[in-house]
Design a protein around this ligand. Sequence first.
Ligand SMILES: Nc1ncnc2c1ncn2[C@@H]1O[C@H](COP(=O)(O)OP(=O)(O)O)[C@@H](O)[C@H]1O
Ligand SMILES: N[C@@H](CC(=O)OP(=O)(O)O)C(=O)O
Length: 452
Amino acid sequence: MIVCKFGGTSVASAAQITKVANIVKSDEKRRIVVVSAPGKRSSDDIKVTDLLIDLADAALANADVESKIETVVNRYKDITAELGLGQDICDVIAADLRERVAGDRSNTELFIDSLKASGEDNNAKVIAAYFSSIGMPARYVSPKDLLIVNDLPERTFAVPEAYERLASLATTEEIIVFPGFFGYTKDGILRTFDRGGSDITGSILASAVDAELYENFTDVDCVFSANPKIVNNPAEIKEITYREMRELSYAGFSVFHDEALMPVFKKGIPVNIKNTNNPSAPGTRVVPTRELTGRPVTGISVDSGFSTLYVSKYLMNREIGFGRKLLQIVEEEGISYEHTPSGLDDISVIMRSNQLTAEKEERIVQRIENELHVDHVYFRHGFSMVVLVGEGMRNSTGLAGRAALAISKLGVNIDMINQGSSEVSLVFGVLQNYEDIILKALYEEFFTAVPV
Ligand SMILES: Nc1ncnc2c1ncn2[C@@H]1O[C@H](COP(=O)(O)OP(=O)(O)O)[C@@H](O)[C@H]1O
Ligand SMILES: N[C@@H](CC(=O)OP(=O)(O)O)C(=O)O
């Protein structure tokens, strides 16, 4: 059995959904179909998920919501009319949105989650109805009582019981159409995953039914060695290990969610990233191990929006427990960190800026001053991380030097270098706004200038 997930771009319009039906029909092993909410139809379009967030914000601000509900319903109307489905389904969608808008607002996060999830939930209903209407018996299945997830902070992980319950989907007659992006806690509370999280749903389902393959359909032929929106015509990646993919997804390869690998990884189920618009292209296979041939670097990624907490204290290296106490303060503010490059007398804690607020920063700085009696402590913002990833990097010498030289030739200062302990990744922290030119220069260095 194959579990296939279709991303927002693959289900953004009737024309796209028709392609999805043809892909599912063309291989009888494709029995479970996970769908996203309608995504962008063109570069200046708005994803339904963003329309829903906007709607939820308006409702919370007690602003007018009717026109926003209409905008969302109109997206489905366009789709259903062209697919030849009746008007009823859109009436049901409109009623569903009104019910969610009228729901409990005491916890704003849960209220927003409920609205956000409706994008995939209603799309799954539309797609199941369409499949059935063209003679492909299909059934919408709700994640309720099946996809049971932990609550924060680990809400993207399904509990063991969820896998047992979802396994029952392996034996159903019809094609299952399952909405991506959300699950329910043991207490029945709806929780959405992070943005792009329908990939996670597909992976959980693939694992639960012991699929032979998890296909992830998107709008590009494969995973490229660098973001194709920045680097012109980047090299295609035919095969990539779970570890490489995880590092690259986390660092900005938005084509596949970085948290989506664990469920399939545990069972050794391969992932194939393919193009809905060109399904005969082989795509990229994500596999447990691969033969190391060719270039040491598999991909280069850039991601912005990082801050550093810089701390210095004379003789820090001699003070037992200093690092633990520092990280505990960070932890107690609910912040996760990415890297902790350090010297004898100083350490930086690098984190995603979106976790910080002015109050949090002030509290952290004060606690560090009062409890750790440091010489200097301050936050700096506006950093990007440039990440080189490749299993072959472990056996390759001089790579960090080559990368650093390529960056320095651009006149850009490197604020931080971190080689992951596994040696499959090398991270450079630089000031934001240079990431595109750095990516191009590193691509030139490792992919264009070097013969394979
Ligand atoms: N290295 C990369 N390889 C392929 N696509 C990438 C890469 N980095 C970023 N992307 C972008 O990811 C997009 C696909 O992801 P996304 O928009 O989330 O699709 P979907 O709607 O199918 O979930 C591509 O259109 C591409 O612009
Ligand atoms: N619709 C959600 C979840 C998702 O996975 O979407 P997409 O497949 O379009 O990346 C989002 O926009 O985040």
